[in-house]
Ligand binder design. Sequence first.
Ligand SMILES: Nc1ncnc2c1ncn2[C@@H]1O[C@H](COP(=O)(O)OP(=O)(O)OP(=O)(O)O)[C@@H](O)[C@H]1O
Ligand SMILES: NC(=O)c1ccc[n+]([C@@H]2O[C@H](CO)[C@@H](O)[C@H]2O)c1
Length: 197
Amino acid sequence: MRRIIIGIGGVTNGGKTTLTKRLIATLPNSCVVHQDDFFKPPDQIEVGEDGFKQWDVITSLDMEAMVNTVTAWVENPVKFARSHGKSRSASSNSDVQILILEGFLLYNNKLLASMCTERYYLTIPYDECKRRRSGRNYTVPDPPGLFDGHVWPMYLKHRHEMKQSGVSIVSIDGLLSKDEIYSKVYTDIVNRFLNSS
Ligand SMILES: Nc1ncnc2c1ncn2[C@@H]1O[C@H](COP(=O)(O)OP(=O)(O)OP(=O)(O)O)[C@@H](O)[C@H]1O
Ligand SMILES: NC(=O)c1ccc[n+]([C@@H]2O[C@H](CO)[C@@H](O)[C@H]2O)c1
């Protein structure tokens, strides 16, 4: 049985969840793990010198638990699919099993980055990101000034560190339409990983 782990990383509001939902619905034997599900509870999030809760740093996430979840999939993808449910995934008799990892800090964790067969990375410019973010409602709403004071600077810092680490990524322009982004990534995955089986 072949196992493929696809990373859908990139900036907050870059369109990762939107793309992931469509991939899961159409790729055979696919499951998903969302990094946002591993945020620590609010009372464990550090408050910075700037007065903001530091949500957008890797220590705000339980990365050990996330890696353990991915490892459980690697050990037994079929059991994982059964226990985690995958109501929207197309299933098939193909011997390929696909796991999609979706999150804003996937490639800053060396182990997780190295587990990915391919790493897609969605980007959008500052203005568009700020616009999209202002329309979002997270479990803990953004206090005024969080985007400029914490979210965007941390994104730039992590993107820089990712580039410095030398990890290879496939950049995707998040300003393209939802349809264009989906067909680019879907076609790439099918051509490179599924057609050869
Ligand atoms: N290609 C696109 N063009 C225009 N708007 C988009 C596009 N993709 C997503 N959006 C919109 O941007 C917002 C954020 O999308 P989405 O939730 O997919 O982003 P995300 O990267 O998962 O964000 P986060 O990591 O912060 O949860 C949503 O309102 C969504 O409809
Ligand atoms: N999902 C959450 O618990 C949560 C709480 C507070 C902030 N966030 C934001 O999620 C984004 C990643 O998807 C990050 O930019 C966080 O600021 C998420």
